[in-house]
Design a protein around this ligand. Structure first.
Ligand SMILES: [Cu+2]
Length: 129
């Protein structure tokens, strides 16, 4: 019986200790997961680029969705700011072979692009696809 009492006492001390900790500690996830949007200008030229970029972004950590507007070359990415950063997203675009804003595409990834998707292909005709 004596041991049972001391067990209760210990349990009480531990519990109150945790309670006061929970009350004083700041709640880190009070706001819950948020989504932010990032827009960047790319060197994409056609629907193939669009598919390639959107697919590549979908595999990136923290990305929830990506849409490329081919006409304006602007890629819009929805992402979790606690999982990734705009810099990491731009790097992912460069690794796919495209410019991200003022940052130039990764040379080796760019070389692997089909000719019609290269920015040196100034005259982009429909016959390319
Ligand atoms: Cu293309």
């Amino acid at each position: 019986m004596k041991t049972f009492k001391s067990f209760l006492l210990t349990a009480f001390v531990v519990l109150t200790g945790q309670l006061s900790y929970a009350q004083t500690a700041p709640a880190p996830k009070a706001k819950g997961p948020t989504t932010e949007q990032l827009q960047m200008k790319t060197s994409a030229v056609c629907d193939m680029c669009k598919t390639r970029l959107e697919k590549a972004m979908a595999y990136e950590k923290g990305v929830q969705g990506a849409t490329l507007d081919v006409a304006s070359q602007v890629l819009t990415v929805s992402y979790r700011p606690d999982k990734t950063t705009p810099a990491a997203l731009r790097t992912a675009v460069q690794r796919t072979g495209y410019d991200a804003d003022k940052e130039v595409a990764d040379a080796r990834a760019y070389d692997r692009l089909p000719d019609c998707c290269k920015k040196t292909n100034a005259v982009h005709t429909d016959s390319g696809h």
